[in-house]
Design a protein around this ligand. Structure first.
Ligand code: FEC
Length: 321
């Protein structure tokens, strides 16, 4: 950065709304949380039991996503202020389905006298149904309160993100002891969405493929494919193929005995990783006689924190460059 631009940015206080999915704080809160996800429609007793059982399988006193989001937000604030000491960054949480909600985060910034802010989502890929929804809610609240906000829409090809994911793929491949690494099939995954996003020309599927391609290239992986996971049961078609079906097909077609799952759409340990992959997919793989491993989640990985810090800074000071 030039001396001139450092001068212009000196002393600027920037609010950073770090948005994430949100998770309950206790088993008792699962019903309210699920009702919020379902846009105010309470789940049936069977649906509630199914979700509560899944949480019980992964929660050891603490809901992992709660703890991980807290740590990520703190680590990002530290990274931003260390890297760009000429400005002052204050991070706030805004959760999609739990407290503090996105709107609460924006209100807190305004109450603290913040006048300009950047929003970023702890999910690298843009979809109108995911990141687009977070941004819409934050922008509405910010406009109501007269707060100037801009947003990072995606960062799915940031070189440090690709590097962090490639390192994880390489590390996980070393867990297939005795197996020829070229025989391991790498399966990149992300949360499925209703198929109707395809009609909207949503960038989500293509961005996910771009990330997968870049990670495979960087890690020197020749055998890879993409699969969707964690689809909802909402009575409409969701994007496929589902990971579990991919595993079955791989077995049927005798394509691999060793599979490495790399959930590129997620950045934290949470239900969709710790249950859907580590329990459900692992169970299916065992039944099929497939050796399944998964890459470690990014959580507060320094390269991921640097990715976030780079994109937040670039967004905050975009007009200065
Ligand atoms: O650990 C936790 O407590 C929360 C884990 C969690 C993450 C997550 C991320 C995404 N979701 C996305 C889309 C949808 C759509 C629906 C939907 C439903 C659920 C349910 C649970 C849940 N999601 Fe989620 N999601 C997480 C958890 N998700 C629990 C409800 C029960 C179930 O289906 O299992 C369907 C809503 C509806 O009914 O209409 C759509 C997308 C992401 C990744 C991007 C992001 O993080 O925002 C997309 C983490």
């Amino acid at each position: 950065m030039s001396d001139q631009s450092i001068h212009r940015t000196s002393g600027r206080k920037v609010g950073v709304l770090v948005m994430s999915y949100g998770t309950p704080e206790s088993i008792e809160q699962v019903e309210a949380y699920y009702t919020h996800i379902r846009r105010g429609n309470p789940p049936s007793p069977e649906q509630l039991k199914d979700l509560t059982d899944r949480y019980e399988a992964i929660v050891g006193g603490v809901f992992p996503l709660r703890e991980n989001t807290d740590k990520q937000v703190k680590a990002l604030e530290t990274k931003l202020n260390e890297t760009y000491p000429h400005a002052s960054f204050v991070c706030y949480q805004g959760l999609k389905h739990a407290s503090p909600f996105i709107e609460d985060g924006v209100e807190r910034m305004a109450a603290d006298g913040i006048t300009e802010a950047v929003g970023v989502v702890l999910a690298p890929h843009y979809s109108i149904m995911s990141v687009g929804g977070y941004i819409k809610r934050a922008q509405e609240k910010a406009s109501e309160l007269g707060l100037k906000m801009s947003f990072v829409r995606s960062y799915h090809l940031h070189p440090k993100l690709i590097e962090a994911l490639a390192i994880r793929v390489e590390e996980a491949l070393s867990r297939f002891e005795g197996a020829d690494k070229d025989k391991v099939l790498v399966l990149f995954t992300a949360h499925s969405l209703p198929e109707k996003i395809l009609e909207m020309k949503d960038p989500y599927p293509e961005q996910l493929l771009e990330t997968s391609r870049a990670v495979a290239e960087r890690a020197g992986i020749a055998r890879w494919q993409f699969g969707w996971q964690s689809a909802g049961q909402t009575g409409v078609p969701w994007l496929g193929p589902d990971l579990l079906d991919v595993l079955r097909t791989v077995k049927q077609e005798n394509r691999a005995e060793h599979v490495l799952v790399c959930p590129v759409g997620f950045v934290s340990d949470h239900l969709e990783v710790l249950y859907d992959l580590d329990i459900e997919a692992q169970h299916t793989a065992r039944e099929l006689g497939i050796h399944l491993e998964r890459t470690r989640s990014l959580n507060t990985d320094p390269l991921y924190m640097e990715t976030l810090s780079d994109v937040v800074y670039a967004q905050a000071f975009a007009e200065e460059r």
